[in-house]
Design a protein around this ligand. Structure first.
Ligand SMILES: [Zn+2]
Length: 599
Protein backbone atom coordinates (compact mmCIF):
# COMPACT_ATOMS: atom_id res chain seq x y z
CA UNK A 1 0.00 0.00 0.00
CA UNK A 2 2.61 2.59 -1.05
CA UNK A 3 0.05 5.18 -2.20
CA UNK A 4 -2.96 4.88 0.12
CA UNK A 5 -4.65 7.93 -1.41
CA UNK A 6 -5.17 5.98 -4.64
CA UNK A 7 -7.06 3.29 -2.65
CA UNK A 8 -5.11 0.46 -4.31
CA UNK A 9 -3.74 -2.54 -2.45
CA UNK A 10 -0.84 -4.14 -4.29
CA UNK A 11 -0.95 -7.90 -3.79
CA UNK A 12 1.84 -10.38 -4.54
CA UNK A 13 1.31 -14.11 -4.02
CA UNK A 14 4.07 -16.75 -4.22
CA UNK A 15 2.82 -20.25 -4.92
CA UNK A 16 5.03 -23.35 -4.64
CA UNK A 17 4.54 -27.08 -4.03
CA UNK A 18 1.33 -27.14 -6.03
CA UNK A 19 2.07 -30.09 -8.35
CA UNK A 20 0.38 -32.79 -6.25
CA UNK A 21 -2.43 -30.61 -4.92
CA UNK A 22 -4.14 -29.18 -7.97
CA UNK A 23 -6.07 -31.16 -10.56
CA UNK A 24 -3.97 -29.87 -13.47
CA UNK A 25 -0.41 -28.74 -12.58
CA UNK A 26 -0.08 -27.12 -16.04
CA UNK A 27 -2.89 -24.71 -15.30
CA UNK A 28 -3.38 -23.11 -11.89
CA UNK A 29 -6.91 -21.94 -11.32
CA UNK A 30 -7.18 -18.79 -9.15
CA UNK A 31 -10.51 -17.82 -7.68
CA UNK A 32 -11.91 -14.89 -5.76
CA UNK A 33 -14.94 -15.38 -3.46
CA UNK A 34 -18.24 -13.83 -4.58
CA UNK A 35 -19.45 -13.47 -0.98
CA UNK A 36 -18.09 -13.48 2.53
CA UNK A 37 -19.41 -15.60 5.45
CA UNK A 38 -21.71 -13.77 7.84
CA UNK A 39 -23.07 -11.49 5.12
CA UNK A 40 -25.45 -13.34 2.87
CA UNK A 41 -25.27 -11.41 -0.37
CA UNK A 42 -23.32 -12.04 -3.58
CA UNK A 43 -21.00 -9.03 -3.74
CA UNK A 44 -18.75 -9.91 -6.70
CA UNK A 45 -15.47 -8.88 -5.07
CA UNK A 46 -13.54 -9.57 -8.29
CA UNK A 47 -14.99 -6.39 -9.81
CA UNK A 48 -12.27 -4.47 -7.93
CA UNK A 49 -9.35 -6.61 -9.15
CA UNK A 50 -7.04 -5.07 -11.77
CA UNK A 51 -3.90 -5.91 -13.72
CA UNK A 52 -3.55 -9.57 -12.71
CA UNK A 53 -0.23 -10.90 -14.00
CA UNK A 54 1.95 -13.92 -13.30
CA UNK A 55 5.64 -14.75 -13.47
CA UNK A 56 7.48 -18.07 -13.41
CA UNK A 57 10.15 -18.41 -10.76
CA UNK A 58 13.12 -18.70 -10.65
CA UNK A 59 13.27 -18.06 -14.44
CA UNK A 60 11.54 -14.67 -14.17
CA UNK A 61 9.63 -15.39 -17.39
CA UNK A 62 6.15 -13.90 -17.72
CA UNK A 63 3.49 -16.61 -17.49
CA UNK A 64 0.41 -16.72 -19.67
CA UNK A 65 -2.71 -15.89 -17.69
CA UNK A 66 -6.31 -15.32 -18.70
CA UNK A 67 -9.78 -15.01 -17.19
CA UNK A 68 -12.29 -17.82 -17.59
CA UNK A 69 -15.21 -16.46 -15.58
CA UNK A 70 -16.16 -13.37 -13.58
CA UNK A 71 -13.98 -14.49 -10.66
CA UNK A 72 -11.56 -17.10 -12.07
CA UNK A 73 -8.16 -16.87 -13.75
CA UNK A 74 -5.98 -19.59 -15.30
CA UNK A 75 -2.19 -19.38 -15.03
CA UNK A 76 -0.09 -21.48 -17.45
CA UNK A 77 2.61 -22.81 -15.12
CA UNK A 78 4.99 -24.62 -17.49
CA UNK A 79 5.51 -26.73 -14.36
CA UNK A 80 7.77 -24.06 -12.92
CA UNK A 81 8.68 -24.75 -9.25
CA UNK A 82 7.23 -21.42 -8.14
CA UNK A 83 4.71 -19.01 -9.59
CA UNK A 84 4.31 -15.37 -8.58
CA UNK A 85 1.01 -13.58 -9.05
CA UNK A 86 0.57 -9.81 -8.96
CA UNK A 87 -2.58 -7.76 -8.96
CA UNK A 88 -4.15 -4.62 -7.58
CA UNK A 89 -7.39 -4.27 -5.64
CA UNK A 90 -9.30 -1.01 -5.59
CA UNK A 91 -10.50 -0.65 -1.98
CA UNK A 92 -12.68 2.31 -1.15
CA UNK A 93 -15.83 0.83 0.36
CA UNK A 94 -15.94 1.13 4.13
CA UNK A 95 -18.12 -1.76 5.26
CA UNK A 96 -17.45 -4.87 7.30
CA UNK A 97 -17.68 -7.03 4.16
CA UNK A 98 -15.42 -5.05 1.86
CA UNK A 99 -11.97 -3.46 2.09
CA UNK A 100 -10.84 0.13 2.45
CA UNK A 101 -7.70 2.16 2.06
CA UNK A 102 -7.10 5.90 2.40
CA UNK A 103 -4.49 8.25 3.82
CA UNK A 104 -5.57 7.49 7.41
CA UNK A 105 -5.89 3.71 7.60
CA UNK A 106 -6.55 0.44 5.81
CA UNK A 107 -9.00 -2.35 6.45
CA UNK A 108 -8.60 -5.71 4.77
CA UNK A 109 -11.52 -8.11 4.77
CA UNK A 110 -9.68 -10.94 3.09
CA UNK A 111 -12.46 -12.31 0.87
CA UNK A 112 -12.39 -9.08 -1.10
CA UNK A 113 -8.59 -8.91 -1.45
CA UNK A 114 -7.06 -12.41 -1.56
CA UNK A 115 -7.55 -14.98 -4.32
CA UNK A 116 -7.10 -18.71 -3.62
CA UNK A 117 -5.70 -21.51 -5.75
CA UNK A 118 -8.27 -24.23 -6.40
CA UNK A 119 -7.00 -27.37 -4.66
CA UNK A 120 -4.75 -25.46 -2.25
CA UNK A 121 -7.42 -23.97 0.04
CA UNK A 122 -6.23 -26.07 2.97
CA UNK A 123 -2.54 -25.29 2.67
CA UNK A 124 -0.93 -23.04 5.26
CA UNK A 125 0.76 -19.84 4.25
CA UNK A 126 2.47 -16.68 5.42
CA UNK A 127 1.05 -13.19 5.04
CA UNK A 128 3.59 -10.39 4.98
CA UNK A 129 2.05 -6.94 5.34
CA UNK A 130 3.99 -3.89 4.23
CA UNK A 131 2.11 -0.90 5.70
CA UNK A 132 2.22 2.59 4.26
CA UNK A 133 5.43 4.21 5.56
CA UNK A 134 3.68 6.41 8.17
CA UNK A 135 1.75 3.56 9.81
CA UNK A 136 2.96 1.65 12.85
CA UNK A 137 0.18 -0.79 13.80
CA UNK A 138 -1.26 -3.96 12.26
CA UNK A 139 -4.18 -5.45 14.21
CA UNK A 140 -5.55 -8.86 13.26
CA UNK A 141 -6.56 -12.18 14.79
CA UNK A 142 -3.87 -13.97 12.73
CA UNK A 143 -0.82 -15.35 14.58
CA UNK A 144 2.43 -13.43 14.22
CA UNK A 145 5.51 -15.27 13.02
CA UNK A 146 7.81 -13.17 15.21
CA UNK A 147 7.35 -10.24 17.54
CA UNK A 148 9.05 -7.53 15.56
CA UNK A 149 7.56 -7.63 12.09
CA UNK A 150 4.22 -7.84 10.32
CA UNK A 151 4.46 -11.46 9.19
CA UNK A 152 1.53 -13.69 10.06
CA UNK A 153 0.79 -17.38 9.51
CA UNK A 154 -2.54 -18.79 8.43
CA UNK A 155 -3.35 -22.53 8.51
CA UNK A 156 -5.73 -22.36 5.53
CA UNK A 157 -7.60 -19.95 3.28
CA UNK A 158 -10.75 -20.01 5.49
CA UNK A 159 -8.78 -18.61 8.43
CA UNK A 160 -6.95 -16.08 6.26
CA UNK A 161 -10.17 -14.47 5.10
CA UNK A 162 -11.83 -14.94 8.49
CA UNK A 163 -9.25 -12.59 10.02
CA UNK A 164 -9.90 -8.94 9.19
CA UNK A 165 -6.88 -6.64 9.40
CA UNK A 166 -6.66 -2.99 10.41
CA UNK A 167 -3.48 -1.16 9.43
CA UNK A 168 -2.73 2.39 10.55
CA UNK A 169 -2.00 4.26 13.76
CA UNK A 170 -4.96 2.96 15.71
CA UNK A 171 -4.83 2.75 19.50
CA UNK A 172 -4.67 -0.78 20.90
CA UNK A 173 -5.95 -1.60 24.40
CA UNK A 174 -5.96 -4.96 26.15
CA UNK A 175 -7.45 -6.76 29.13
CA UNK A 176 -7.70 -10.28 30.50
CA UNK A 177 -10.79 -12.25 31.49
CA UNK A 178 -10.50 -15.78 32.91
CA UNK A 179 -6.91 -16.17 31.69
CA UNK A 180 -7.76 -15.24 28.07
CA UNK A 181 -6.40 -12.15 26.39
CA UNK A 182 -8.57 -9.49 24.74
CA UNK A 183 -7.41 -6.68 22.50
CA UNK A 184 -9.41 -3.67 21.42
CA UNK A 185 -8.05 -1.80 18.41
CA UNK A 186 -9.72 1.59 18.00
CA UNK A 187 -9.53 3.83 14.95
CA UNK A 188 -11.15 7.19 15.65
CA UNK A 189 -10.56 10.77 14.55
CA UNK A 190 -12.51 12.05 17.53
CA UNK A 191 -11.24 12.09 21.13
CA UNK A 192 -13.44 10.18 23.53
CA UNK A 193 -13.11 8.20 26.74
CA UNK A 194 -11.61 5.03 25.25
CA UNK A 195 -10.77 3.52 28.66
CA UNK A 196 -14.39 3.61 29.72
CA UNK A 197 -15.51 2.07 26.41
CA UNK A 198 -12.93 -0.72 26.78
CA UNK A 199 -14.11 -1.26 30.34
CA UNK A 200 -17.69 -1.70 29.08
CA UNK A 201 -16.46 -4.28 26.56
CA UNK A 202 -14.74 -6.12 29.41
CA UNK A 203 -18.03 -6.24 31.34
CA UNK A 204 -19.78 -7.65 28.25
CA UNK A 205 -17.06 -10.30 27.84
CA UNK A 206 -17.36 -11.33 31.50
CA UNK A 207 -21.13 -11.78 31.16
CA UNK A 208 -21.04 -13.53 27.79
CA UNK A 209 -18.44 -16.20 28.61
CA UNK A 210 -20.78 -17.49 31.34
CA UNK A 211 -23.43 -18.50 28.77
CA UNK A 212 -21.42 -21.24 27.07
CA UNK A 213 -19.02 -21.88 29.98
CA UNK A 214 -16.27 -22.67 27.52
CA UNK A 215 -13.88 -20.17 25.94
CA UNK A 216 -12.72 -21.59 22.61
CA UNK A 217 -9.83 -19.19 21.79
CA UNK A 218 -6.67 -17.90 23.47
CA UNK A 219 -6.97 -14.33 22.27
CA UNK A 220 -9.91 -12.32 20.95
CA UNK A 221 -9.70 -9.02 19.08
CA UNK A 222 -12.30 -6.25 18.76
CA UNK A 223 -11.44 -4.18 15.65
CA UNK A 224 -13.35 -0.94 16.05
CA UNK A 225 -13.67 1.83 13.46
CA UNK A 226 -15.51 4.83 14.85
CA UNK A 227 -16.53 6.99 11.92
CA UNK A 228 -17.67 10.58 11.60
CA UNK A 229 -20.53 9.64 9.25
CA UNK A 230 -23.43 7.20 9.60
CA UNK A 231 -21.41 4.06 8.71
CA UNK A 232 -22.63 1.18 10.82
CA UNK A 233 -22.13 -2.59 10.89
CA UNK A 234 -20.37 -5.54 12.42
CA UNK A 235 -19.15 -8.90 11.23
CA UNK A 236 -18.22 -11.93 13.28
CA UNK A 237 -15.04 -13.93 12.90
CA UNK A 238 -13.51 -16.93 14.67
CA UNK A 239 -11.34 -14.99 17.10
CA UNK A 240 -12.19 -11.40 16.25
CA UNK A 241 -14.88 -9.02 15.12
CA UNK A 242 -14.78 -5.95 12.93
CA UNK A 243 -17.28 -3.25 13.92
CA UNK A 244 -17.93 0.13 12.32
CA UNK A 245 -20.00 2.65 14.25
CA UNK A 246 -20.80 6.37 14.10
CA UNK A 247 -19.10 8.53 16.76
CA UNK A 248 -22.40 10.39 17.08
CA UNK A 249 -23.80 7.36 18.88
CA UNK A 250 -21.34 7.58 21.79
CA UNK A 251 -23.71 10.08 23.36
CA UNK A 252 -26.25 10.34 25.07
CA UNK A 253 -25.86 7.31 27.39
CA UNK A 254 -29.10 5.66 26.18
CA UNK A 255 -27.84 5.77 22.60
CA UNK A 256 -24.38 4.60 23.64
CA UNK A 257 -25.80 1.70 25.66
CA UNK A 258 -27.78 0.64 22.65
CA UNK A 259 -24.70 0.93 20.47
CA UNK A 260 -22.88 -1.50 22.77
CA UNK A 261 -25.31 -4.22 21.67
CA UNK A 262 -23.44 -4.19 18.33
CA UNK A 263 -20.31 -5.38 20.13
CA UNK A 264 -22.07 -7.89 22.35
CA UNK A 265 -23.87 -9.22 19.25
CA UNK A 266 -20.65 -9.82 17.35
CA UNK A 267 -18.89 -11.25 20.39
CA UNK A 268 -21.73 -13.72 21.05
CA UNK A 269 -21.21 -14.96 17.48
CA UNK A 270 -17.81 -16.34 18.55
CA UNK A 271 -19.98 -19.22 19.80
CA UNK A 272 -23.33 -18.93 18.00
CA UNK A 273 -22.52 -19.32 14.28
CA UNK A 274 -18.72 -19.31 14.28
CA UNK A 275 -18.73 -22.58 16.22
CA UNK A 276 -22.29 -23.70 17.01
CA UNK A 277 -23.54 -23.34 13.46
CA UNK A 278 -26.46 -24.42 11.29
CA UNK A 279 -25.54 -27.38 9.11
CA UNK A 280 -25.72 -25.36 5.87
CA UNK A 281 -23.08 -22.87 7.02
CA UNK A 282 -19.70 -24.45 6.46
CA UNK A 283 -17.58 -25.72 5.00
CA UNK A 284 -18.04 -22.74 2.72
CA UNK A 285 -18.38 -22.64 -1.02
CA UNK A 286 -17.22 -19.11 -1.79
CA UNK A 287 -18.36 -19.27 -5.39
CA UNK A 288 -22.12 -19.31 -4.78
CA UNK A 289 -24.96 -18.82 -2.30
CA UNK A 290 -25.17 -21.14 0.73
CA UNK A 291 -28.71 -21.76 1.93
CA UNK A 292 -30.00 -22.33 5.45
CA UNK A 293 -33.37 -21.98 7.17
CA UNK A 294 -31.67 -21.20 10.47
CA UNK A 295 -30.35 -17.64 10.21
CA UNK A 296 -33.06 -16.80 12.73
CA UNK A 297 -30.98 -18.85 15.23
CA UNK A 298 -27.57 -17.67 14.01
CA UNK A 299 -28.51 -13.99 13.80
CA UNK A 300 -31.86 -13.56 15.53
CA UNK A 301 -31.15 -15.51 18.72
CA UNK A 302 -27.82 -13.66 18.81
CA UNK A 303 -29.83 -10.43 18.64
CA UNK A 304 -31.92 -11.59 21.61
CA UNK A 305 -28.74 -12.20 23.58
CA UNK A 306 -26.98 -9.00 22.54
CA UNK A 307 -29.44 -6.85 24.50
CA UNK A 308 -29.91 -9.39 27.30
CA UNK A 309 -26.15 -9.46 27.89
CA UNK A 310 -25.98 -5.66 27.99
CA UNK A 311 -28.66 -5.83 30.65
CA UNK A 312 -26.82 -8.70 32.41
CA UNK A 313 -23.62 -6.62 32.37
CA UNK A 314 -25.41 -3.91 34.34
CA UNK A 315 -25.13 -1.40 31.48
CA UNK A 316 -28.77 -1.18 30.36
CA UNK A 317 -31.36 -0.12 32.91
CA UNK A 318 -34.48 -2.31 32.89
CA UNK A 319 -36.30 0.46 31.01
CA UNK A 320 -33.58 0.73 28.36
CA UNK A 321 -33.67 -3.04 27.88
CA UNK A 322 -37.46 -3.18 27.65
CA UNK A 323 -37.49 -0.20 25.26
CA UNK A 324 -35.24 -2.04 22.83
CA UNK A 325 -37.20 -5.28 23.34
CA UNK A 326 -40.53 -3.53 22.69
CA UNK A 327 -39.29 -2.09 19.41
CA UNK A 328 -38.72 -5.60 18.01
CA UNK A 329 -42.12 -6.77 19.23
CA UNK A 330 -43.72 -3.70 17.63
CA UNK A 331 -42.12 -4.55 14.28
CA UNK A 332 -43.52 -8.09 14.56
CA UNK A 333 -47.02 -6.87 15.43
CA UNK A 334 -47.23 -3.94 13.05
CA UNK A 335 -45.45 -4.61 9.76
CA UNK A 336 -47.43 -6.60 7.17
CA UNK A 337 -44.21 -8.44 6.21
CA UNK A 338 -44.43 -10.37 9.49
CA UNK A 339 -47.49 -12.14 8.10
CA UNK A 340 -45.78 -12.86 4.76
CA UNK A 341 -42.60 -14.59 5.95
CA UNK A 342 -41.92 -17.14 8.65
CA UNK A 343 -38.55 -17.02 10.41
CA UNK A 344 -37.37 -19.94 8.27
CA UNK A 345 -38.53 -18.31 5.04
CA UNK A 346 -36.82 -15.04 5.98
CA UNK A 347 -33.59 -16.97 6.67
CA UNK A 348 -33.64 -18.92 3.43
CA UNK A 349 -34.31 -15.90 1.23
CA UNK A 350 -31.73 -13.65 2.86
CA UNK A 351 -29.68 -13.55 -0.34
CA UNK A 352 -32.42 -12.09 -2.49
CA UNK A 353 -34.68 -10.32 0.03
CA UNK A 354 -33.08 -9.22 3.31
CA UNK A 355 -29.99 -7.77 1.63
CA UNK A 356 -31.91 -6.42 -1.36
CA UNK A 357 -34.76 -4.45 0.10
CA UNK A 358 -36.95 -2.09 -1.87
CA UNK A 359 -39.89 0.24 -1.22
CA UNK A 360 -42.27 -2.72 -0.82
CA UNK A 361 -40.13 -4.76 1.61
CA UNK A 362 -42.01 -3.77 4.81
CA UNK A 363 -45.10 -5.38 3.23
CA UNK A 364 -43.40 -8.60 2.18
CA UNK A 365 -40.53 -9.47 4.50
CA UNK A 366 -39.52 -9.28 8.13
CA UNK A 367 -35.86 -9.65 8.99
CA UNK A 368 -34.67 -12.89 10.60
CA UNK A 369 -32.82 -10.65 13.08
CA UNK A 370 -36.10 -9.22 14.38
CA UNK A 371 -38.01 -12.48 14.16
CA UNK A 372 -35.23 -14.52 15.76
CA UNK A 373 -34.74 -12.07 18.61
CA UNK A 374 -38.42 -12.23 19.53
CA UNK A 375 -38.55 -16.01 19.04
CA UNK A 376 -35.39 -16.40 21.15
CA UNK A 377 -37.11 -14.44 23.90
CA UNK A 378 -40.28 -16.59 23.69
CA UNK A 379 -38.17 -19.77 23.81
CA UNK A 380 -36.30 -18.42 26.83
CA UNK A 381 -39.54 -17.49 28.61
CA UNK A 382 -41.15 -20.87 27.86
CA UNK A 383 -38.08 -22.83 28.98
CA UNK A 384 -37.97 -20.84 32.24
CA UNK A 385 -41.70 -21.37 32.77
CA UNK A 386 -41.78 -25.10 31.95
CA UNK A 387 -38.68 -25.86 34.01
CA UNK A 388 -39.90 -23.91 37.04
CA UNK A 389 -37.03 -21.41 36.52
CA UNK A 390 -34.39 -24.14 36.81
CA UNK A 391 -33.37 -23.82 33.13
CA UNK A 392 -33.04 -21.05 30.55
CA UNK A 393 -32.33 -20.75 26.83
CA UNK A 394 -28.63 -20.75 27.85
CA UNK A 395 -29.00 -24.47 28.65
CA UNK A 396 -30.41 -25.25 25.19
CA UNK A 397 -27.65 -23.20 23.51
CA UNK A 398 -24.95 -24.88 25.61
CA UNK A 399 -26.36 -28.34 24.90
CA UNK A 400 -26.39 -27.69 21.15
CA UNK A 401 -22.87 -26.20 21.26
CA UNK A 402 -21.43 -29.11 23.21
CA UNK A 403 -23.17 -31.94 21.36
CA UNK A 404 -22.53 -30.69 17.84
CA UNK A 405 -19.47 -28.43 17.69
CA UNK A 406 -17.44 -29.59 20.72
CA UNK A 407 -18.22 -33.31 20.56
CA UNK A 408 -18.38 -33.83 16.79
CA UNK A 409 -17.14 -30.67 15.09
CA UNK A 410 -20.28 -30.47 12.95
CA UNK A 411 -23.23 -28.16 12.38
CA UNK A 412 -26.67 -28.67 13.93
CA UNK A 413 -29.91 -29.44 12.13
CA UNK A 414 -33.12 -27.45 12.62
CA UNK A 415 -34.76 -30.52 14.22
CA UNK A 416 -31.85 -30.93 16.61
CA UNK A 417 -32.12 -27.36 17.89
CA UNK A 418 -35.86 -27.76 18.45
CA UNK A 419 -35.33 -31.11 20.18
CA UNK A 420 -32.77 -29.55 22.52
CA UNK A 421 -35.18 -26.74 23.44
CA UNK A 422 -37.92 -29.29 24.17
CA UNK A 423 -35.58 -31.46 26.25
CA UNK A 424 -34.27 -28.56 28.30
CA UNK A 425 -37.79 -27.21 28.86
CA UNK A 426 -38.93 -30.69 29.85
CA UNK A 427 -42.24 -30.04 28.08
CA UNK A 428 -43.77 -30.10 24.61
CA UNK A 429 -45.40 -26.70 25.14
CA UNK A 430 -42.44 -25.02 23.46
CA UNK A 431 -43.20 -26.75 20.14
CA UNK A 432 -46.04 -24.30 19.59
CA UNK A 433 -43.49 -21.51 19.09
CA UNK A 434 -41.72 -23.53 16.39
CA UNK A 435 -44.96 -24.41 14.58
CA UNK A 436 -46.52 -20.95 14.77
CA UNK A 437 -43.61 -18.60 14.29
CA UNK A 438 -40.46 -20.50 13.17
CA UNK A 439 -42.13 -22.40 10.32
CA UNK A 440 -45.42 -20.45 10.52
CA UNK A 441 -46.35 -16.80 10.13
CA UNK A 442 -48.65 -16.35 13.11
CA UNK A 443 -48.85 -13.14 15.13
CA UNK A 444 -48.00 -14.48 18.56
CA UNK A 445 -49.64 -13.72 21.86
CA UNK A 446 -46.78 -11.72 23.36
CA UNK A 447 -48.81 -10.89 26.45
CA UNK A 448 -48.84 -14.58 27.31
CA UNK A 449 -45.03 -14.64 27.67
CA UNK A 450 -44.86 -11.18 29.27
CA UNK A 451 -47.55 -12.30 31.68
CA UNK A 452 -45.13 -14.81 33.24
CA UNK A 453 -43.43 -11.74 34.77
CA UNK A 454 -46.69 -9.83 35.39
CA UNK A 455 -45.93 -7.52 32.44
CA UNK A 456 -48.04 -6.55 29.43
CA UNK A 457 -47.83 -4.62 26.17
CA UNK A 458 -49.30 -1.13 26.00
CA UNK A 459 -49.46 1.46 23.20
CA UNK A 460 -46.27 3.55 23.33
CA UNK A 461 -48.25 6.78 23.29
CA UNK A 462 -51.88 7.45 23.87
CA UNK A 463 -52.59 9.63 20.86
CA UNK A 464 -55.72 11.61 19.98
CA UNK A 465 -57.80 10.15 17.14
CA UNK A 466 -55.71 10.97 14.11
CA UNK A 467 -56.14 10.59 10.36
CA UNK A 468 -53.85 8.01 8.77
CA UNK A 469 -52.78 7.63 5.17
CA UNK A 470 -50.44 4.65 5.68
CA UNK A 471 -47.19 5.91 4.19
CA UNK A 472 -43.63 6.17 5.38
CA UNK A 473 -41.93 9.30 4.09
CA UNK A 474 -38.43 10.30 3.24
CA UNK A 475 -36.96 13.62 2.27
CA UNK A 476 -34.89 14.18 -0.83
CA UNK A 477 -33.76 17.69 -1.81
CA UNK A 478 -36.59 19.14 0.24
CA UNK A 479 -39.22 16.91 -1.38
CA UNK A 480 -41.58 14.61 0.52
CA UNK A 481 -41.22 11.21 -1.09
CA UNK A 482 -43.11 8.04 -0.24
CA UNK A 483 -40.70 5.35 1.02
CA UNK A 484 -43.36 2.71 1.50
CA UNK A 485 -47.11 2.39 1.07
CA UNK A 486 -48.47 -0.01 3.68
CA UNK A 487 -50.55 -2.92 2.35
CA UNK A 488 -54.32 -2.40 2.71
CA UNK A 489 -53.87 1.24 3.74
CA UNK A 490 -55.86 4.20 2.50
CA UNK A 491 -52.80 5.27 0.47
CA UNK A 492 -52.81 1.92 -1.34
CA UNK A 493 -56.55 2.14 -2.05
CA UNK A 494 -56.06 5.66 -3.40
CA UNK A 495 -53.35 4.47 -5.78
CA UNK A 496 -50.19 5.97 -4.24
CA UNK A 497 -46.93 4.09 -4.84
CA UNK A 498 -43.51 3.92 -3.26
CA UNK A 499 -41.20 6.65 -4.62
CA UNK A 500 -44.11 8.97 -5.54
CA UNK A 501 -43.55 12.56 -4.47
CA UNK A 502 -46.51 14.03 -2.60
CA UNK A 503 -46.54 17.59 -3.94
CA UNK A 504 -49.75 18.88 -2.35
CA UNK A 505 -52.59 17.85 -0.08
CA UNK A 506 -55.96 19.61 -0.38
CA UNK A 507 -54.21 22.14 -2.63
CA UNK A 508 -51.53 23.00 -0.04
CA UNK A 509 -47.86 22.58 -1.00
CA UNK A 510 -46.25 19.76 1.00
CA UNK A 511 -42.82 18.48 1.97
CA UNK A 512 -41.94 15.76 4.50
CA UNK A 513 -42.26 17.89 7.63
CA UNK A 514 -45.48 19.57 6.44
CA UNK A 515 -47.00 16.15 5.66
CA UNK A 516 -45.96 14.81 9.07
CA UNK A 517 -47.76 17.77 10.64
CA UNK A 518 -50.78 18.04 8.36
CA UNK A 519 -51.86 14.39 8.07
CA UNK A 520 -52.17 13.48 11.78
CA UNK A 521 -54.25 16.65 12.24
CA UNK A 522 -56.94 15.45 9.79
CA UNK A 523 -59.86 13.46 11.16
CA UNK A 524 -60.29 9.75 10.41
CA UNK A 525 -62.83 9.36 7.59
CA UNK A 526 -61.86 12.66 5.97
CA UNK A 527 -61.47 12.68 2.18
CA UNK A 528 -58.25 14.40 1.07
CA UNK A 529 -57.12 15.30 -2.42
CA UNK A 530 -53.54 14.40 -3.24
CA UNK A 531 -51.32 15.84 -5.92
CA UNK A 532 -48.32 13.63 -6.57
CA UNK A 533 -45.68 13.07 -9.22
CA UNK A 534 -44.56 9.71 -10.54
CA UNK A 535 -41.66 9.50 -12.96
CA UNK A 536 -42.11 13.13 -13.87
CA UNK A 537 -45.87 13.03 -14.50
CA UNK A 538 -48.40 14.81 -12.27
CA UNK A 539 -51.18 12.62 -10.86
CA UNK A 540 -54.31 13.58 -8.96
CA UNK A 541 -55.73 11.17 -6.36
CA UNK A 542 -58.29 11.09 -3.56
CA UNK A 543 -57.80 9.22 -0.31
CA UNK A 544 -60.18 8.60 2.56
CA UNK A 545 -58.10 8.67 5.74
CA UNK A 546 -58.50 5.89 8.28
CA UNK A 547 -57.83 6.06 12.01
CA UNK A 548 -54.20 5.78 12.96
CA UNK A 549 -53.63 2.28 14.38
CA UNK A 550 -51.26 1.52 17.24
CA UNK A 551 -47.89 1.06 15.60
CA UNK A 552 -45.57 1.13 18.58
CA UNK A 553 -45.82 -0.66 21.88
CA UNK A 554 -44.10 -0.58 25.22
CA UNK A 555 -43.91 -3.02 28.08
CA UNK A 556 -45.69 -2.01 31.26
CA UNK A 557 -46.27 -3.65 34.61
CA UNK A 558 -49.60 -5.18 35.58
CA UNK A 559 -51.13 -3.85 38.77
CA UNK A 560 -50.08 -6.82 40.82
CA UNK A 561 -47.69 -9.74 40.67
CA UNK A 562 -47.80 -13.12 42.39
CA UNK A 563 -44.76 -14.51 44.17
CA UNK A 564 -44.06 -16.76 41.19
CA UNK A 565 -44.32 -13.86 38.73
CA UNK A 566 -41.94 -11.81 40.85
CA UNK A 567 -39.39 -14.60 40.80
CA UNK A 568 -39.83 -14.86 37.04
CA UNK A 569 -39.22 -11.12 36.60
CA UNK A 570 -36.06 -11.39 38.72
CA UNK A 571 -34.82 -14.39 36.75
CA UNK A 572 -35.28 -12.69 33.33
CA UNK A 573 -34.48 -9.04 34.09
CA UNK A 574 -32.16 -9.37 37.07
CA UNK A 575 -34.10 -6.98 39.29
CA UNK A 576 -36.86 -6.94 41.84
CA UNK A 577 -40.40 -6.57 40.46
CA UNK A 578 -40.80 -3.37 42.45
CA UNK A 579 -38.07 -1.72 40.31
CA UNK A 580 -39.40 1.29 38.46
CA UNK A 581 -39.90 1.13 34.69
CA UNK A 582 -39.37 4.69 33.52
CA UNK A 583 -38.93 5.30 29.79
CA UNK A 584 -36.84 8.29 28.85
CA UNK A 585 -37.29 10.09 25.56
CA UNK A 586 -34.17 11.30 23.83
CA UNK A 587 -33.32 12.41 20.34
CA UNK A 588 -32.00 9.45 18.38
CA UNK A 589 -28.90 9.52 16.20
CA UNK A 590 -29.57 10.03 12.47
CA UNK A 591 -27.97 6.64 11.78
CA UNK A 592 -30.82 4.90 13.62
CA UNK A 593 -34.01 4.57 11.63
CA UNK A 594 -37.44 4.04 13.07
CA UNK A 595 -39.13 1.55 10.76
CA UNK A 596 -42.49 2.36 12.33
CA UNK A 597 -42.71 6.03 11.41
CA UNK A 598 -45.86 5.94 9.31
CA UNK A 599 -48.37 8.78 8.86
ZN1 LIG B 1 -24.88 -11.08 13.49
Amino acid sequence: MPKPNTHYFEVRIKIGGYANLVSDPEKLRLKMPVWTPGSYLVREFSRNVLDLDAELSPSGKKADSYKVSKNEWIIETERSPEIEIFYKVYAFELTVDTSYLDNLHAIINGGSVFVYVEGMENIEGVLDIIPFSEWKEVSTGLKKVSKDDFEFVFPNYDILIDSPIEIGNQKVHSFDVGGKKYEVSIFSQIMFDQASFVNDLRKIVETTVKVFQDVPYDKYLFLVDLMNDNSFGGLEHLNSTHCIAPVLRLDPPQEYHHLLSLFSHEFFHAWNVKRMRPRGLGPFDYSKETYTKSLWIAEGVTSYYDDLLIRGSGIYTISEYLESFSYNVSLMKTLPGARMQSAEEASFDSWIKHYRQNENSPNTILSYYTQGSVIGWMLDMEIRKSSGLSKTLDDAMRKTYRETFVAEGRGFSDEEFERNCVEVAGSDSIKEIFRQRVSGRTDMDYDKYLGYSALKLMPKKVEPRAGFLGVRLREESGKGLVSTVLSASSAETAGLSGNDEIVALNGIRMDKSRLSYYLPNRKPGELVSLTATRQGALIQLEARLTEKPTLEYRVAKKDEASEEERRFFQSWLGADWSAEIKYEDYKQSPSKTNLLEYV
